[in-house]
Every structure is written in structure tokens, then in C-alpha cells.
Design a binder for this molecule. Structure first.
Ligand code: BG6
Ligand code: MG
Length: 213
């Protein structure tokens, strides 16, 4: 029996576009150039760190902490408006089946995500009951590539880090998994990253490689 820790955005659900649309509205108003390439850099990164990356393109008067806080709150309001539209159909059937099959085989499953909206997304998509533990942006002080989110997930599962397999789409997430002493499975962008231990192209492929882990 093993423990699998899944990143959320980019692995189980695809909310990249929602993040993009929400930050884009703010960037446009501040006259900041913001495109999909910059959006890619926000993957796995906390909300506060995402704002700092976006503000690299800001040339106006310096913003106070209170102004930055207000921008993050505004972004989150817009983002949650998109999340409100999510339903169980927003999750690919093969993703749901893969989680069910791993559970059937007796493995423990957790979510390890930087997002403070994790529990809301899992509720909207009816995925909550698939997991034995949830570690997210609400229980950490350091975001990926720091290992805290995954170490907390292992702790909640009652597992040793060496017995945990992390599934990630972001380089920062692979770095976090390695720093935690876990096996790192990469999908999407992370499948092309040199530090990734095992590369998969679909989540279902996890069922084929997991016997070798
Ligand atoms: C991660 C996303 O899952 O959550 C990042 O990949 C995002 O892009 C981060 O910035 C924080 O999300 P939230 O929901 O707490 O604003
Ligand atoms: Mg991700």
C-alpha cells in the first residue's frame, strides 16, 4: 500500500484559464502586459507570489501592502465567480475512475495544493470524498517549492514521506516533492522537467506505472 498526493490545478482539474481571466482583468486595469506565458509562471505559486510576478510589469507608483491585499481579494472574487460555475462534469471521467481504482487497490489518497480554494473546488466537483486527507493553502506558511504542503499531507495520512508519491504538473511542485523526500510523478509541463522521477501523459497512466514505484 502506498500514499498518493495529488496536486489539484493542472492534475485533477484545469482552472488555469480561470486564474488567467481573473488576473488579466486586474493587469489590464493597471496597464500591465500579461499573457499566457506569464500565466504559466503562476502555476503552483501562491496568490501573493503570483501578484508579485504580475507586478514585475507594473511601472506606476509603488503599491502599499493594503493595496496589494485589495488586488488579491479582487482577483479571488473574480476567480471564485468562475469556480461557482464548476460542476462534477468539470472533472474528466478518467480522472475520477483513476482515483476510484487507486482507492479500490487500498492506497491512501491526499490532495496537496497551494490553493486556498481547494476545498471549494473539491466540493463543486464532488471529489471531496475521494480523499483521506487534504493539505492546502490554508494550512501552510510556505508555498511550493517549499515541501511543507506535501509533508503536512503525509502527516495527515499518517505516512512516512518515503512512502508517498506526488503527482504534479508544475516544476515548483516537483521541487517541493523532491525536497520532501517523496517520489515525483510529472504530468503536463512537469513531464518535461529534469528532476521528475516518472513521466506520464495522462492521469490514467498512473495505474500502469504505480506497480513499479
Ligand atoms: C495553485 C495554482 O494551485 O494555487 C496557482 O496553480 C495559484 O496558480 C495558487 O496561484 C493559489 O490559488 P488560490 O486559489 O489560493 O488563489
Ligand atoms: Mg498544478
Amino acid at each position: 500500500m502506498k500514499a498518493f498526493i495529488f496536486d489539484l490545478d493542472g492534475v485533477l482539474v484545469f482552472t488555469d484559464q480561470f486564474h488567467y481571466q481573473a488576473w488579466k482583468q486586474i493587469a489590464d486595469r493597471l496597464g500591465i502586459a500579461f499573457d499566457e506565458q506569464i500565466n504559466n509562471r503562476l502555476r503552483g505559486v501562491s496568490r501573493a507570489d503570483s501578484l508579485e510576478i504580475i507586478l514585475e510589469g507594473y511601472h506606476g507608483a509603488p503599491l502599499s501592502e493594503a493595496e496589494k491585499q485589495a488586488l488579491m481579494e479582487e482577483k479571488n472574487e473574480i476567480y471564485r465567480g468562475y469556480l461557482a460555475e464548476m460542476t462534477p462534469d468539470s472533472v474528466d471521467a478518467s480522472v475520477r475512475e483513476t482515483l476510484q481504482e487507486l482507492r479500490r487497490q487500498g492506497h491512501k489518497l491526499a490532495v496537496g495544493s497551494s490553493s486556498r480554494n481547494t476545498k471549494y473546488i473539491l466540493k463543486q466537483t464532488d471529489l471531496t470524498q475521494q480523499f483521506d486527507a487534504i493539505s492546502d493553502g490554508t494550512n501552510i506558511t510556505h508555498s511550493k517549492p517549499h515541501p511543507e504542503v506535501f509533508l503536512k499531507a503525509a502527516q495527515y495520512l499518517g505516512e512516512q514521506p518515503a512512502n508517498c508519491i506526488v503527482v504534479e504538473d508544475a516544476e515548483a511542485g516537483i521541487d517541493a516533492a523532491k525536497a520532501a523526500g517523496m517520489t515525483a510523478v510529472g504530468i503536463g509541463d512537469a513531464a518535461r522537467y529534469e528532476r521528475t522521477d516518472i513521466r506520464i501523459t495522462t492521469l490514467r497512466a498512473l495505474l500502469n506505472v504505480q506497480n513499479t514505484l
